[in-house]
Design a protein. Structure first.
Length: 212
């Protein structure tokens, strides 16, 4: 009997180990599928984006919030038109302790109507659904301030806890001039990495940060 109980415990341990391996593999796969675009990877240093912006002669702005010294925000955009080989108009990357944890891709076309931009937004949503699975609709918002009506629609996908994909459409209508414009943004966010980085001593990563 003791021998049988020992075998059962061993079997349970092996089963738990196998299940753990499958779960870990699934988490890694989901994280890999949610890697940011533009050839970037989570944890990259700012230098990779800075070098690309320099090669492509793009405008580059670097911001360090005064109340968050470990944070760097890089915004890259062309002086006009779109980013090279992309339909996006700008990139906004966030680095904590010199490592990438969030990337936002902005889509705006001054020559496109608000209806056309909304159609492009819906096309993007279908593409993301086909690639990553169904996106969950968030609550829609509408507000009116100083004769400007703002409408927001957003969807998100979180295949594993802490890995977030967020698609946001914003339309602003000038009620006096009867005109409106629209844009949308796609946010890739790795909150798991952000939490890890927030626990690290900042001094250990200062050398990785871009100097203003």
């Amino acid at each position: 009997m003791p021998q049988e109980m020992g075998m059962m415990r061993l079997a349970r341990m092996v089963l738990c180990g196998v299940l753990g391996m499958f779960l870990a593999a699934g988490t890694c796969l989901a994280q890999a599928e949610m890697n940011p675009p533009f050839g970037l990877n989570w944890g990259d240093s700012p230098e990779k984006l800075v070098a690309w912006a320099t090669r492509q002669s793009l405008d580059l702005n670097i911001m360090q919030p005064g109340d968050q010294p470990a944070l760097r925000i890089l915004k890259i955009q062309p002086s006009k038109g779109f980013l090279p080989e992309h339909k996006a108009s700008a990139l906004e990357a966030r680095f904590l302790n010199g490592r990438l944890y969030e990337l936002t891709v902005h889509y705006f076309d001054p020559d496109a109507s608000a209806d056309l931009m909304e159609a492009r937004f819906e096309e993007m949503r279908r593409e993301l659904t086909a690639r990553h699975g169904a996106l969950t609709a968030n609550q829609q918002e509408r507000s009116v301030v100083d004769k400007f009506a703002t409408r927001k629609i957003s969807f998100h996908r979180e295949p594993v806890k802490g890995m977030m994909l967020l698609l946001v459409f914003t339309e602003v209508e000038d009620l006096l001039r009867q005109s409106k414009e629209a844009r949308f943004s796609l946010v890739y966010r790795n909150d798991n990495l952000r939490l890890e980085l927030s626990k690290e001593p900042r001094a250990a990563k200062d050398g990785d940060a871009v100097k203003d």
